[in-house]
Design a protein around this ligand. Structure first.
Ligand code: ZN
Length: 458
């Protein structure tokens, strides 16, 4: 297709007709004034459509545009793996960024400050929400206009109503959320990395609580997502957070869902409020243990944090094997014992081995169409939980770091992502190699060879 065509052969009739993404208005309701920005629209709109369509066609969950001197590099992220896209001249990249801002209800006149906005879109009859983030970059040599970094995250809004079962939250985690959700005290944290779909998981956790029995309210902006029978609580002008929590309590609120905890002042009010209501919140961190240390830091008092924290759940995304080309094999008993799988497991799956060239012609067979030869398609969440026991409380209150918390959690045999991931291995949804990659220590020996470089744009 146009700029990024993998197949520039015009005579090839077999190439499908390109179905472009349809932009359907900013998520904040702001109308894009194309008339006033005619020049920008002429330069930016076709390009925005091409890049976004390319990303969606690749099943990317995100793409970034990063200025590098006179060019800017587009990178797609598919199932968490980087895929280099085209290198655009900086003016073209600027037009792309400005156009997406215009479509997403951002301010195209402001280029020296970070912005967040969003646009609704439809691709192949599926609804998507694109959240758009920009931040300024120093202008390239010889260029007056400032350049900008762009990150676009896609979310299929069909998952807006995903249930705890849809995303595979284990029964033991659901049970603990239900238990702590009705105690009218304490804090439940849902932890994950940025851009990992944390809000989706956290709202699924909230759906574990029976909102007909226990009145729950959302504080903050959950975007276009809603939870049945859980209204967003609108604070009154001039009311402090403390005041607002009191009002929620007067409205017979049992549980308050906070969209994100980042501000120590907010956290102090949450701790105070959690003496008489349950609080549930998202928190960005690598895993549950890091989430706890971050929470303790925000509270500023380890004893108080330990006293009010009830449980932490966290999620990780791992790649699923391509159902079209994955290979079954009979695992040897030693391997099963090593990873902790039942010894009577007869079949496991792994990524298809690279195809052999044809004996006569030496040609490689066509790669699998479902996964483009990567062996993986889509991702699934796996879960970790730290249920704060008396012993864990002591570790946290004693100022224990993430390593100490992880050690205690291991001793108590709490659910880890690795352990939970074995459920997907047994189901044949993923393979042991993928777990090894996903759970390798950061910076460890895990570099895989890079995917083949795409053809640069003409
Ligand atoms: Zn495949």
């Amino acid at each position: 297709m146009g700029l990024f065509s993998r197949n520039n052969n015009d005579d090839d009739d077999s190439e499908e007709e390109i179905e472009y993404v349809l932009f359907q208005g900013a998520t904040n309701g702001q109308e894009a004034n194309l008339e006033e920005n005619r020049k920008l629209a002429a330069a930016g709109l076709p390009l925005a459509k091409e890049v976004v369509t390319e990303a969606l066609a690749l099943r990317a969950e995100m793409f970034k545009v990063e200025p590098q001197g006179p060019k800017a590099l587009v990178t797609f992220f598919v199932d968490g793996m980087k895929r280099p896209g085209p290198r655009l001249p900086i003016q073209r990249a600027n037009a792309l960024v400005q156009m997406l801002k215009l479509l997403g209800g951002g301010d195209v006149k402001v280029r020296d400050k970070p912005q967040r906005c969003g646009v609704n879109a439809e691709y192949r009859e599926l609804p998507f929400e694109l959240s758009i983030k920009t931040r300024p970059a120093p202008p390239a040599k010889g260029q007056k206009a400032p350049a900008e970094h762009l990150t676009v995250v896609f979310r299929n809004t069909k998952t807006n109503r995903a249930t705890p079962e849809d995303i595979g939250i284990p029964e033991v985690v659901k049970e603990r959320v239900r238990h702590y959700g009705k105690l009218n005290a304490g804090v439940i944290l849902v932890v994950g990395a940025p851009e990992s779909g944390l809000t989706t998981t956290a709202l699924c956790a909230l759906r574990c609580v029976d909102s007909y029995m226990y009145q729950c309210y959302i504080m903050g902006d959950p975007g276009t997502r809603t939870v049945l029978n859980v209204p967003v609580f609108e604070p009154e002008d001039g009311h402090t957070l403390e005041h607002t929590f009191k009002r929620i309590q007067r409205n017979e609120g049992n549980l308050v869902y906070m969209v994100e905890l980042t501000d120590p002042d907010v956290v102090k009010d949450v701790i105070q409020g959690s003496m008489e209501m349950t609080f549930m919140s998202e928190l960005y961190a690598r895993d549950a243990a890091d989430g706890i240390t971050k929470f303790v830091e925000l509270v500023g008092n380890p004893t108080l944090a330990a006293e009010q924290l009830r449980m932490v759940m966290s999620h990780r995304l791992i790649r699923k094997l391509c159902p079209k080309c994955k290979e079954a094999f009979r695992p040897n008993p030693k391997l099963l014992a090593q990873v902790g799988l039942p010894e009577d497991t007869e079949t496991l799956y792994r990524k298809a081995r690279p195809p052999e060239p044809d004996e006569k012609t030496g040609e490689l067979p066509e790669p699998c169409r479902a996964c483009e030869g990567t062996g993986f398609r889509a991702r699934a969440a796996v879960f970790e939980m730290i249920d704060v026991s008396e012993e864990m409380k002591a570790v946290i209150a004693g100022g224990g770091d993430s390593a100490a918390i992880r050690k205690q959690s291991k001793e108590e045999k709490q659910l880890s992502c690795q352990k939970d991931a074995l459920r997907l291995v047994l189901d044949g949804a993923t393979g042991l190699d993928e777990l090894q990659r996903a759970f390798a220590p950061p910076g460890g020996p895990r570099r895989k060879k890079k995917p083949a470089r795409r053809r640069p744009p003409e």
